[in-house]
Design a protein around this ligand. Structure first.
Ligand code: NDP
Length: 444
């Protein structure tokens, strides 16, 4: 049996009931085949076996008390996956679906994403099955304090630097940071995505969405095209989605649909982002309210229907496995030319293959959404130097990083004989640096 098959088989055997982790590992290791063929020393040193095994998995209890005095217990996770090229870095997700499989798939992806940014950050991920939706600020605060009371002993500015993800935005990062500082008695850059008044970076809020659009813009530009006049669908209506829409609109695109976990809105005149921001960022409401406020807009219950709307560019920005094979076929049939993944693993393996066979330019998450973590690393650099850059400076660095990632994965795909396959290109470009560092460190 070939090396990649053997490692995947062992991984499934040793980690049963972790389908998301299997899916991510399969996509990554398949993309690495040409590298493995050129580097027999990786098999001799069990490099892939070590690469897919987290350095450390931390599981903990998170007890907290709601406003009515009732006690709840959630699960807390931090997977410190790989520190070969720098301290562990990756977000925290608070969502009822969170389990070890999801945190491990996100952590594995994060290793390569962080490497692609060109910055010195390793891979990690964490979170909880706590659902912030419908909770009061006081309940969210008490949960975050309990979560950090345990997590604080495992993280540090040179060890592991968490950030936000689904369900963890500015409010949660604030509460988490406050508790870290209180227990550890140090005001350091141990979390990113912090508020501007306590060490955050300008442009971090916008970074993932803006970065995604910068990469798609580069892909368009390399083909003599641009965003102007393009019909775009953006799924989700959270942090990544909102700022992807903002930048795409600024570049002249017409975004016609968005969703949250209940349903989608279609606005043939182009989504009014001020209304979405008011509903989602200020009121923490539901996207259905958009159709009640904007004349001519339609609301449809359920998410999947969004992919039946014709568009030139699709930017899935909500969660994993949003686009399956059937949705991908619909998009292709309706003329989609570019897919940029803002969320992590939003397309199933079958969906990816539909896009690639149809010649759609497919920009995978670990490259296309790396702008968030890249700007987090810029936040770390600013924290360490106690110097802060302007919005324009951070934004220019972000754009430069996204353009470089695009060309690096494009070049890696060409060099390894899979031109235009950015899934393989991103995996290869990200992996080579991590592999080189792991080889240099010996068997650890
Ligand atoms: P948010 O919590 O801000 O927003 C998530 C959005 O996706 C919400 O609109 C939410 O709807 C929707 N959503 C969540 N789960 C589902 C589901 N099962 N079905 C349909 N819609 C769903 O998260 P972010 O914007 O931060 O993250 C979105 C994605 O981007 C995630 O995959 C994350 O890992 C990835 N990412 C985020 C980065 C960041 O900097 N924030 C960086 C890199 C990647 P509702 O409001 O109903 O919950």
């Amino acid at each position: 049996m070939q090396y990649v098959e053997r490692v995947l088989e062992q991984l499934k055997e040793k980690n049963p009931n972790e389908p998301e982790f299997h899916q991510a590992a399969t996509e990554i290791l398949n993309g690495l085949r040409p590298v493995i063929a050129r580097h027999p020393e990786y098999e001799r040193t069990a490099l892939l076996e070590r690469f897919v095994e987290p350095e450390r998995v931390i599981l903990f209890r998170v007890p907290w008390v709601d406003d009515g005095g009732n006690v709840h217990v959630n699960k807390g996770y931090r997977v410190q996956f790989n520190s070969a090229i720098g301290p562990y870095k990756g977000g925290l997700r608070f969502h009822p679906s969170v389990n070890l499989s999801i945190i491990k798939f996100l952590g594995l992806e994060q290793i390569l994403k962080n490497s692609l940014t060109g910055l010195p950050i390793g891979g990690g991920k964490g979170g909880s099955d706590f659902d912030p939706k419908g909770k009061s600020d006081g309940e969210v605060m008490r949960f975050c304090q309990s979560f950090m009371t345990e997590l604080c002993r495992h993280i540090g500015q040179d060890t592991d630097v968490p950030a936000g993800d689904i369900g963890v935005g500015g409010r949660e990062i604030g509460y988490l940071f406050g508790q870290y500082k209180r227990i550890m008695n140090e005001h350091v850059g141990v979390l990113t995505g912090r508020g501007l008044s306590y060490g955050g970076s300008l442009a971090r809020t916008e970074a993932t969405g803006y970065g995604l659009v910068y990469m798609v813009e580069e892909a368009l530009g390399c083909r003599g095209d641009g965003f102007a006049g393009k019909r775009v669908i953006v799924s989700g209506s959270g942090n990544v989605a909102i700022y992807a829409v903002e930048k795409a609109q600024a570049l002249g695109a017409k975004v016609v649909a968005m969703y949250d976990s209940n349903g989608y809105v279609y606005d043939k005149d182009g989504i009014r982002l001020d209304v979405v921001k008011q509903i989602k960022e200020v009121e923490r409401g539901r996207i259905r309210e958009y159709a009640e406020r904007v004349k001519g807009a339609e609301y449809h219950e359920g998410c999947k229907g969004i992919w039946s709307i014709p568009c030139d560019i699709a930017l899935p920005c909500a969660t994993q496995n949003e686009i399956d094979g059937g949705s991908a076929q619909l998009l292709v049939k309706n003329g989609v030319k570019y897919v940029g993944e803002g969320a992590n693993m939003p397309t199933t393996l079958e969906g990816i293959s539909v896009f690639q066979q149809a010649g759609v330019v497919f920009l995978p998450a670990k490259a296309a959404n790396a702008g968030g973590v890249a700007t987090s690393a810029l936040e770390m650099a600013q924290s360490s130097s106690r110097l802060f850059w302007t919005f324009e400076e951070v934004d220019a660095k972000l754009k430069n990083i996204m353009v470089n990632i695009y060309h690096n994965m494009d070049a890696a795909a060409r060099e390894y004989g899979v031109e235009g396959d950015y899934v393989a290109g991103a995996n290869i470009a990200g992996f080579l640096k991590v592999a080189e560092a792991m080889m240099a460190h010996g068997i650890v």
